[in-house]
Design a protein around this ligand. Structure first.
Ligand code: ATP
Ligand code: MG
Length: 137
C-alpha cells in the first residue's frame, strides 16, 4: 500500500492544531504507520527542502521549519500521496479551498501548517530522512 510523509510544521504545533489536523487524516481512512515529535536540526531541514535551494524564500523556510517541534507522520493507504495532498489544499492558505487543512486554518503561504510528499518516489526519500525503518509499524 502507498505511503506518504506528512509533517505538521512548527506553526501547527505552536497553534495547538495537531489534534485537529491529525483527525482529518484519520477520518479519511488512512492508516498511521509512524509518528514522532522532532526538533529538526538545520541539516535535516536542508535535506528535506533541498529542491527549493536557491529560491528567495529558502532561508526563511529553513528558519521556519527549525523554529520549534514538528510532528512527523507516515500515513498509508490507497493513493495516499494524492489523498493527503487533497486533504491539505494548495500551498497558499488564501487560495486553498474550504474543507482543506490550509483552506480552513491557514492564511499564509509559508506558514501553511502541513507538508505532504508530492510523489511516491519523493515520499520514499522523505520517509527515509525522518524515520528509521524500525520506527514504522
Ligand atoms: P510542502 O512541500 O511543504 O508540502 P507544497 O508542496 O505545497 O508544500 P512547495 O512549493 O513544495 O509547496 O513549497 C514548500 C514550502 O515552502 C511551502 O509549503 C511553504 O511553506 C514554503 N513556500 C513555498 N512557496 C513560498 C513562497 N513564495 N514564499 C514563502 N514560502 C513559500
Ligand atoms: Mg512541496
Amino acid at each position: 500500500m502507498q505511503k506518504t510523509l506528512i509533517l505538521l510544521k512548527p506553526d501547527a504545533v505552536q497553534r495547538r492544531l495537531v489534534g485537529e489536523i491529525t483527525r482529518r487524516f484519520e477520518q479519511k481512512g488512512l492508516r498511521l504507520a509512524g509518528l514522532k515529535l522532532v526538533q529538526a536540526p538545520r541539516e535535516l531541514a536542508e535535506k528535506h527542502y533541498a529542491v527549493h535551494k536557491g529560491k528567495p524564500f529558502y532561508e526563511s523556510l529553513l528558519t521556519f521549519l527549525t523554529s520549534g517541534p514538528t510532528v512527523a507522520m507516515v500515513w498509508e493507504g490507497r493513493e495516499a500521496v494524492a489523498a493527503c495532498r487533497n486533504l491539505m489544499g494548495v500551498t497558499d492558505g488564501v487560495k486553498a479551498g474550504p474543507g482543506t487543512v490550509r483552506g480552513d486554518l491557514a492564511l499564509s503561504v509559508q506558514n501553511n501548517l502541513v507538508h505532504g510528499s508530492d510523489s511516491p518516489e519523493n515520499a520514499a526519500t522523505e520517509i527515509a530522512l525522518w524515520f528509521k525503518p524500525e520506527d514504522l509499524v
